[in-house]
Design a protein around this ligand. Structure first.
Ligand code: FE2
Length: 131
């Protein structure tokens, strides 16, 4: 039986337009709020067409030493040029960029997952330390 994890693709976001460019502090104070952002197409823009766009991005946090990750949040990008006149007929687009605020008492790993309507699932990750 296949595993979903085998379908998660990764690469350097600077060279691959589907990978979320994940930004967060390297080190935060225990329990203090901090911002995490993820932008798809930051270096190479991804198409934003009705039939080919980034549909959503999710953020997860896996605290060091724990078994399961936590979902931090999910954003869906609903406007991709469709209108009552049909696909690719409007000038309204959602850009696949998000920013969320979180806090934790543990160090760990932050993950971002994006979904392209044609090219599937893409992930990126970065480590978070406590000050
Ligand atoms: Fe794509």
């Amino acid at each position: 039986m296949g595993k979903l994890s085998e379908l998660l693709q990764s690469a350097d976001w600077k060279a691959e337009k589907h990978v979320p460019a994940l930004e967060a502090p390297e080190r935060v104070a225990k329990g203090s709020k901090f911002q995490v952002s993820a932008a798809v197409g930051k270096s190479i823009p991804h198409p934003n067409q009705t039939g080919h766009h980034i549909a959503w991005v999710e953020l997860y946090f896996h605290p060091q030493g724990e078994k399961f990750p936590y979902q931090i949040g999910r954003a869906e990008f609903s406007a991709s040029a469709a209108s009552a006149q049909g696909p690719d007929t409007s000038t309204v687009y959602t850009q696949p960029e998000i920013a969320m605020t979180m806090q934790t008492d543990k160090p760990g790993t932050i993950y971002a997952v994006s979904y392209c309507t044609i090219h599937g699932l893409w992930q990126s990750a970065r480590e978070l330390q406590l000050a």
